[in-house]
Design a protein. Structure first.
Length: 330
């Protein structure tokens, strides 16, 4: 797909089916469909369905009035399936034909959560890698043995086809696609408006539960606790104590679930927090370093250069809220 000209609106068409999952659709609309103050959307967002009219939602109590039919897919640059209520029944020949035709003419196909089942039924995932919500990953693999199901990934982007895990992972994928289309700066600003990180570390296993309904050695609670205390001088031992495990066990779980050591994860979180403060505040570099737990401007500069290949001041000039930035120090 590549990058798009700033003034060219990329057409994203969401294909829904009753009862539609509200969160997945709303997540895509939040990323692709909103004009924010000083941040106009680079996308044109449309919703379509096989039979236009009132489309019930899963939660009940509200419904969607969808006026566009399957012909909208003929004009889409990206076809997005924000979960698929019909994963346990066959899609109609008309839907399958429209999906296949859109992909054949070059539209990017994107599935959130169970939307992967529709793409698999259409044959678009045969011999290819994909993901879905961890709860349905085994079912997807069993029903479509030709699909290489990655049960841990938050999302998988193959270029022409992208799939994500459930619910909030759809936001991760949508922001990733914005990064791919228009760069990290725009994706970061959208994420800031949504009050969420531009990128989450690790995979689904940190959120998955076992058959008995209990977390399976999940790091989720420890990660959340640490992310709220980046201003403190946290050490790996503190994370291990919080997780009630040994340092060795903690390191093993980080490697299994996130693919990084606890120390590297902490540093990544501190740098991400510094990026947000550089973008959204006029705080001096020294104050930002202290606030994210990197102790000094010198340490922040060194970590920034090692990780991002630039300086905090240069990053602020590029992505800060004020033209030219307000870099205090370098």
């Amino acid at each position: 797909m590549g990058y798009f000209h700033a003034m060219e609106l990329h057409r994203v068409v969401a294909l829904v089916r009753p009862p539609q999952a509200e969160f997945e659709l709303a997540s895509a609309a939040e990323v692709f469909g909103l004009d924010r103050p000083h941040l106009p959307s680079r996308y044109a967002f449309t919703v379509c369905t096989e039979r236009p009219g009132i489309v019930p939602t899963k939660a009940g109590g509200c419904a969607l009035a969808v006026t566009e039919g399957l012909e909208a897919l003929e004009r889409a640059d990206t076809v997005l399936v924000p979960a698929w209520a019909g994963k346990d029944s066959e899609a109609s020949p008309a839907v399958l034909e429209a999906v296949r035709a859109a992909h054949a003419r070059g539209a990017r196909m994107v599935a959130i959560c169970t939307g992967a089942f529709l793409l698999a039924e259409a044959g678009l995932l045969e011999g290819r890698r994909a993901t879905t919500h961890w709860r349905y990953a085994d079912e997807l693999a069993a029903r479509y043995p030709g699909v290489e199901v990655d049960c841990d990934a938050l999302y998988v982007d193959l270029g022409d086809i992208a799939t994500s895990a459930g619910t909030a992972a759809g936001i991760d994928l949508c922001l990733h696609l914005v990064r791919r289309d228009h760069g990290a700066g725009l994706a970061g600003r959208i994420a800031r408006h949504m009050v969420m990180p531009p990128h989450r570390e690790g995979g689904q296993r940190q959120y998955a539960v076992g058959a008995a309904g209990e977390p399976s050695e999940s790091l989720g609670a420890v990660l959340e606790w640490a992310a709220e205390r980046l201003h403190e001088p946290l050490a790996v031992e503190d994370l291990a104590e919080r997780g009630r495990v040994s340092v060795r066990t903690l390191a093993r779980r980080f490697d299994e679930q996130l693919g990084v050591s606890p120390g590297k994860w902490l540093l990544s979180q501190r740098i991400s927090a510094a990026q947000a403060l550089l973008e959204d505040t006029d705080l001096p570099i020294e104050a930002i370093a202290v606030r994210v737990g990197l102790s000094s401007a010198l340490n922040l500069r060194r970590r920034f250069r090692d990780r991002l290949g630039t300086t905090p001041a240069a990053y602020r000039r590029a992505f800060g809220r004020t033209a030219g930035g307000a870099a205090a120090g370098g």
